[in-house]
Write a protein that binds this ligand. Structure first.
Ligand code: NOJ
Length: 767
């Protein structure tokens, strides 16, 4: 045990002895958590009000600014660190820096309560994995969990204790820049992936030095920003909130996520940061969750701009009473909570509850045993960006690629003598594949597509290259948080070279899409087509060579409808991380048979947004006979590529959908099975998807809802039977009674390859 002040050690032992003597119950429940509770209480009992408020204060380390810069200078931060006025820091990077910050607290403050240090480790620390939206397209919970575990292991080796991930905001609007950071439009898939990520980051033991605390964010509704504009108003009703937005958060709470972060948006008139029903009634009391809630960056202060608080003091009062336990970068708690307690506007019990939650997580992480447990220079030198981690990143990346179109079976490419032209603004880009929120992923450290192809081919294949055009006028711009990108709308000087290269090749691999910083926080777009002159480049290339494969690199669903009509093959390659080029080459040459499925619908037109498969029926449902009912006169109603969609180099046939019974009571169970055969010539993986529809409810129910999936391997010619269990968990929803219930009635069920699955059966649930 190092550096823990004697006063805390004595207090912990004393209180343990007292409680053991006084209360038998305490002795009986003396498990790990029981012990932690005693320790938390004993530390709290030693704290002054100012020290308690200090725990609720989080400062930015000034190393990496991920929000509008704050006004507090480094001297003031240091003074507060020394006098116990800071409970947490964010963006303090490297073992040296985190040790320094921790030392300042441990060697100067009265109680020496260790800091918890957080950072946005969203899809890797230095070894970068696909952006979360891309990784979600793998529908592979094991690799998702493992990629989070590797991210945690690298981050912890660099001194980080806590990540602000996973983002589990269900998001339905491709215009919203942060769609890249989540798992798409479906609450069931988002919940499953969210839990896998929490388990990956936190492992089974938070006291280990290679696991870190996770953070379920943003609570709640952030992904429903009106018109896809970041930070914008959210207006959803209570039932939509419970049925569509909250399920992933409930799942994360149940999985033991250590922390939550609230969100910037208001929801039905109340900013989430000041939302008592969400934070106290639902999360803490309703779900019995005992972690702590950190505000989003400055979101307590932003309640003034929302028009919900008259000044910072008022904002601090609202946020603390509503259940925001830690203030990220508003400086509202540290400035005003003491006075608010003295004035009786915030009860000391509210402060105690927040501080206990924060201390609890620090105890769980083992920081009281060793505040420097993550400060190991050897690990920092040897365990980050390793070959092993790079190899795993490639595995995840190839499984995240979605084959959208392969009309003429242009893919996979053979590795025999031919010329491959690699063209496009993203073809030799070593930075874009890292995506936004790339933590310490170093600039230009990804394997570019061109490099990946060159690594893969034998000498008999000639690889030629032309950039064609650039997407922006200055590639450096946009790397800073608030600066907008300037798109290249005029410069086509590279077209001619690209056309010549295309003309002289057998096949063209065209890398177009979005730059890394076109998506992410504050990066919403009204136009989701190809920015700049990329569309013109595509058309010019197609005129001289029909054998074009687009490798789309992007952070959101894009409008690619022209390309989908005219280009024979399209691979959705997202922003795939450090090993992007190698992973794409694996798929291009058939060394890996693509198995990804879209976690979001791709529209024909931006005007269809928000677009999602699990819509409601309406009173005048859309149908081929009534195309103008609940649709558009000038555009399709359906998606160009629907949720769950993705092709393979082989083909799968679904048949024999069988239910072991067709009638069950509300607490009953049905086994549904289906046979899937690999009818093609290659081995492959398929994501078998189960959807249901509750035909009549006390509230209207979605047209289809994903309720199960399984990713299976099938050898060429092989048949497998997949069985799902349908029970009350599958069928329940948040009903008009404000409870999760199964309502008796008729249900439809589909199993298939995507959300358009047509193999269907029905069953009844009876009282
Ligand atoms: C604001 C973002 O909304 C949040 O997701 C992030 O964790 C914080 N900034 C800290 O960087």
């Amino acid at each position: 045990m190092r550096k823990i002040p004697l006063i805390i050690i004595l207090a912990i032992s004393f209180i343990s002895i007292i409680s053991c003597k006084k209360d038998k119950k305490v002795v009986q429940t003396d498990n790990a958590n029981g012990k932690i509770e005693q320790k938390v209480d004993s530390v709290l009992a030693l704290m002054t009000l100012a020290e308690k408020i200090g725990q609720m204060n989080q400062y930015n380390g000034s190393w990496d600014v991920t929000g509008p810069a704050s006004g507090v200078n480094d001297k003031e931060k240091e003074t507060r660190l020394k006098n116990g006025g800071v409970g947490s820091m964010l963006n303090v990077l490297s073992v040296k820096a985190t040790r320094e910050a921790q030392k300042t607290v441990m060697e100067n403050s009265r109680l020496k309560i260790p800091l918890i240090i957080g950072y946005d480790v969203i899809h890797g620390y230095k070894t970068i994995f696909p952006i979360p939206l891309g990784e979600s397209a793998s529908w592979d919970l094991d690799i998702i969990k493992e990629s989070a575990a590797i991210a945690a292991s690298e981050a912890s080796a660099a001194g980080i204790h806590w990540t602000f991930a996973p983002m589990i905001d269900v998001s339905r609007d491709a215009r919203w820049g942060r769609v890249m950071e989540g798992s798409g439009e479906d609450p069931y898939l988002t919940a499953k992936i969210g839990v896998a990520r929490v388990q990956g980051f936190q492992g089974d033991d938070l006291t280990k030095n290679n696991t870190i605390a996770a953070c379920a964010k943003h609570f709640a509704g952030y992904g429903f920003a009106e018109a896809g504009r970041d930070y914008n108003t959210v207006n959803v009703g209570e039932y939509e909130l419970h049925n569509m937005i909250l399920p992933p958060f409930k799942a994360a709470a149940e999985a033991g996520v250590a922390t939550f972060m609230n969100s910037f948006n208001e929801i039905d008139g109340i900013p989430a940061t000041g939302h008592k029903v969400l934070q106290r009634d639902i999360l803490k009391d309703g779900w019995n969750w005992d972690g702590f809630m950190v505000s989003d960056w400055g979101s307590i202060g932003e309640m003034i701009a929302h028009g919900y608080a008259k000044d910072k003091k008022h904002a601090a009062e609202i946020a603390a009473n509503a259940g925001s336990d830690m203030d990220m970068e508003s400086y509202a708690y540290v400035a005003h909570l003491e006075a608010l307690v003295k004035e009786g506007k915030v009860k000391e019990g509210v402060i105690d509850d927040a501080v206990k939650r924060i201390l609890r997580v620090k105890f769980k992480l083992g920081l009281f045993v060793d505040p420097y447990k993550y400060c190991n220079e050897e690990r920092e030198k040897n365990e980050i960006f390793t070959k092993e981690n790079q190899d795993f990143s490639r595995e995840v990346a190839k499984k995240s690629i979605v084959l959208l179109k392969n009309e003429t079976n242009l893919l996979p490419l053979t590795k025999t003598g031919k010329t491959i032209a690699v063209i496009g603004p993203l073809a030799d880009d070593k930075d874009t594949p890292l995506g936004n929120w790339r933590a310490k992923g170093g600039r230009d450290t990804a394997v570019s597509l061109l490099e990946g192809i060159q690594n893969a081919v034998p000498p008999s294949i000639k690889v030629t290259y032309a950039e064609g055009c650039s997407i922006v006028t200055d590639k450096g711009i946009g790397s800073t948080f608030l600066l907008p990108l300037k798109f290249n709308k005029t410069d086509k000087s590279g077209f001619q070279k690209a056309i010549n290269v295309a003309k002289n090749a057998d096949v063209v691999v065209l890398a177009i899409g979005e730059m890394a910083l076109q998506t992410g926080e504050g990066r919403s777009q009204a136009d989701i087509g190809f920015a700049g002159v990329q569309q013109e480049l595509l058309e010019a290339i197609l005129k001289v060579n029909k054998n074009v494969i687009i490798t789309l690199m992007n952070g959101r669903p894009m409008d690619i409808s022209w390309a989908a009509q005219h280009v024979p093959s399209i691979l959705e390659c997202w922003h795939l991380g450090s090993q992007s080029g190698n992973a794409i080459a694996d798929v291009l040459f058939g060394d890996y048979n693509p198995s990804g499925k879209l976690p979001v619908s791709f529209p024909y037109h931006v005007g269809q947004e928000p677009l999602y498969y699990n819509q409601k029926m309406t009173g005048r449902p859309f149908s081929p006979q009534h195309v103008t009912f609940s649709g558009y006169r000038d555009a399709p109603k359906e998606a160009l590529y629907p949720f769950g969609y993705g092709l393979s180099y082989t083909t799968f046939e679904y048949k024999n959908l069988q239910l072991d019974k067709t009638e069950i009571p509300v607490s009953g169970e049905i086994k549904v099975s289906v046979e899937i055969t690999n009818t093609g010539k290659r081995d492959g993986e398929e994501v078998v998807q189960l959807y249901i529809r509750d035909l009549v409810g006390s509230l209207t129910r979605p047209i289809k809802e994903l309720k199960g999936f399984e990713k299976i391997n099938l050898k060429s010619g092989e048949t497998k039977t997949v069985t799902f269990t349908i029970n009350s968990k599958t069928l329940q929803f948040y009903t008009v009674n404000k409870k999760w219930e199964v309502e008796p009635g008729n249900f439809e069920i589909w199993i298939g390859t995507d959300s358009k699955a047509s193999l269907k059966a029905t069953f009844n649930v009876v009282e």
